[in-house]
Design a protein. Structure first.
Length: 152
């Protein structure tokens, strides 16, 4: 199974939809605690609920996966509320090619990295869309034998 993530950032509605269509996304799961935007009204929940289905993309808001927790997000991930919401996300992703969205463009500055880690621990591949043709995945440390360095 594969799940994408994407930051809405300052993208236009057209750019946002173009990215989703390029990656053949069938479901968007909004993981913002408060699914709104004053500067970019097309990213308000009520607008996404119209825009996405008009483009044959399902929309879900799982505020239980949202950031801004009193305790650290990593501690919050240990709660049953988080685990249940993550289970809902996985069930959706089993049926439809899914993309998790929130406002921050870069996943390494965002709580999406923690959600991605929890998914990867369950054997699910996660790719972070940065731009239309740019995907990021954290590097995996490879421990190569000494002989490899001499040969290459």
């Amino acid at each position: 199974m594969l799940i994408y993530t994407l930051g809405t950032s300052n993208r236009t509605e057209e750019e946002f939809l173009e990215i989703l269509k390029l990656y053949k996304i069938e479901a968007v799961i909004d993981v913002r605690r408060w699914a709104t935007s004053q500067r970019f009204p097309h990213f308000k929940k009520e607008n996404l609920m119209k825009i996405l289905p008009e483009n044959s993309i399902s929309y879900y808001h799982l505020e239980e996966l949202g950031g801004y927790r009193i305790e650290s997000y990593e501690n919050y991930m240990k709660t049953s509320v988080f685990k249940n919401a993550l289970g809902k996300l996985i069930k959706i992703a089993e049926r439809q090619l899914t993309c998790i969205i929130c406002a921050e463009k870069f996943p390494w500055r965002c709580h999406r990295r923690f959600i991605a880690k929890a998914l990867e621990e369950r054997g699910i591949e996660v790719l972070h869309i940065i731009e239309k043709n740019k995907i990021w995945k954290p590097k995996i440390a490879l421990f190569l034998p000494e002989s490899w360095h001499k040969e290459n």
